[in-house]
Design a protein around this ligand. Structure first.
Ligand code: HEC
Ligand code: HEC
Length: 405
């Protein structure tokens, strides 16, 4: 992360002074109905919420999957994508993908997905561009055409609301493209609503003077800003529009995260002819696919979007396993913090395909998935004591929405 002012494209959505969630507007309610509708998938078995569940911080709700490959099966059994679902909440604050020149390098900011490929160039908002992806992705909802999505919405229990929000002719068969765009805009409206972006964590109440952090939480917060350097990328400042901190600057970095040996994509031979030698190039992979950005691809290989840390510890119960990182390599907050602290201190594991549990047992870290462009300036050897790692984890637990002050 470098010190560049970030222009946030999205409008503010705040909760009321008491923190109570506001009622949804009609377009937000419509987006919510779509988000939770399993009928909008090939086997009528998969809603967006299947991989973005509110009780788990809008990410994957199956602890057995999180504990292993961390990649979710699509509507068609046996088909898996290649990355861990990030939180769908707070994603609407990401501006349209763009770059600024800094020290003669292009610094990319914004977009949705780990690699930024939902740029926002089509519908004006990355989250709206993103929302069109899963329906037609053969490894996710797996519908074959946008017309299928539109016709399902037009016979759904909320079809009236769809027409109320977008006009009586929205289901006209010759206006499918416009209707599909409006479905995406509706989802993005829900994702920008106070139900999704609640800002009701203990940390939010603390910032408003309505909650006090414990000693350990305060210690973690200070380390997060100082010795841990976390706030360099997961920023704690208010946004330029005065919004509460988003815990990301929407830039991209290669942290040197190892491969997740249990990623089911390695054995998806129909979709991944490279098998075990497949490498996730992140932003660089996307830039290479764009003529206007190709020249910047190599310098961005291995970089993934800085995720928000809001709700990073949100889980249904203590002991419920969540996965962290773009491929879900890490299985606990302690594990990923320990990686930041010791990546460059421990020896490299003999086998690049070593799980986190085995790496911890062998006291090594596997080689990075992408060795190029790894950030060695801000992480890798932080000199944190074990107590200090624990304090940072304790602070991360204050970022879960739904806190009652
Ligand atoms: C089978 C699991 C699955 C389903 C179903 C699914 N997603 Fe996702 N979602 C993912 C994964 C995996 C990613 C990251 C993919 C990538 O970066 O290439 C993702 C990324 C996202 C992001 C980007 C967040 C960010 O910060 O960049 C949003 C928003 C999102 N999904 C919303 C949705 C919506 C809306 C739907 C329904 C239309 C949906 N997802 C359906 C797995 C899923
Ligand atoms: C140089 C920028 C940078 C710094 C500094 C940084 N992070 Fe991150 N963080 C990222 C990026 C980029 C990712 C995603 C990387 C990936 O998956 O390949 C990430 C991922 C995470 C995740 C996983 C979130 C998820 O949803 O999967 C956690 C938790 C996290 N960071 C916490 C921290 C903490 C705690 C610190 C300080 C000790 C820190 N980060 C320092 C950039 C940074």
């Amino acid at each position: 992360m470098r010190k560049t002012a970030i222009i946030y494209a999205t409008a503010l959505c705040l909760t009321t002074a008491t923190g109570a969630a506001q009622a949804l507007t009609p377009i937000e309610q419509l987006g919510k109905d779509i988000f939770f509708d399993p009928n909008l998938s090939f086997n009528a078995n998969q809603a967006c919420a299947a991989c973005h569940s509110p009780g788990v911080g809008w990410t994957g709700p199956d602890p057995a999957i999180n504990a292993t490959g961390a990649v979710y099966e699509g509507s068609i059994a046996g088909r898996f994508g290649n990355r861990k679902p990030p939180s769908s909440a707070y994603a609407t604050f990401s501006p349209t993908l763009h770059y600024v020149m800094e020290r003669r390098e292009a610094l990319f900011i914004g977009g949705n997905f780990w690699d930024g490929r939902a740029t926002g160039e089509k519908l004006g908002k990355p989250a709206a561009d993103q929302a069109q992806g899963p329906f037609l992705n053969p490894l996710e909802h797996a519908l074959s055409a946008s017309a299928d999505v539109v016709s399902e919405v037009c016979v759904s229990s909320y079809a009236d609301l769809f027409q109320q929000v977008w006009g009586p002719d929205v289901c006209d068969p010759d206006k499918v493209a416009a209707a599909f765009d409006n479905i995406a805009r509706s989802i993005a409206a829900f994702e920008a609503s106070p139900e999704s972006n609640a800002f009701t964590s203990k940390y939010d109440y603390y910032l408003k003077g309505l909650a006090r952090l414990t000693r350990e939480e305060r210690k973690g917060l200070i380390l997060f800003k100082t010795k841990g350097r976390c706030a360099n990328c997961h920023v704690l400042d208010r946004g330029p529009n005065g919004e509460p901190p988003l815990l990301t600057d929407f830039t991209y970095e290669n942290l040197g995260v190892p491969r997740n040996p249990e990623n089911p994509f390695y054995t998806q031979t129909d979709f991944n002819p490279l098998g075990d030698s497949w490498i996730d190039l992140g932003l660089g992979g996307f830039l290479a696919s764009r003529e206007d950005y190709q020249q910047f691809a190599a310098a961005n290989d291995g970089k993934q979007k800085v995720p928000t840390l809001r709700n990073v510890d949100k889980r249904p119960h203590e002991g419920f396993v969540k996965a962290y990182g773009h491929n879900g390599y890490f299985k606990s907050l302690k594990g990923i913090v320990h990686f930041y602290n010791t990546r460059d201190v421990k020896p490299v594991c003999a086998d690049p395909f070593t799980t986190e549990a085995d790496a911890l047992a062998q006291n090594c870290w596997p080689a990075p998935e992408v060795p190029e462009n790894v950030n060695i300036r801000e992480l890798g050897n932080l000199h944190l004591t074990e107590d200090q790692e624990d304090a940072i984890v304790t602070f991360l637990k204050t970022l879960s929405d739904g806190y009652q002050p």
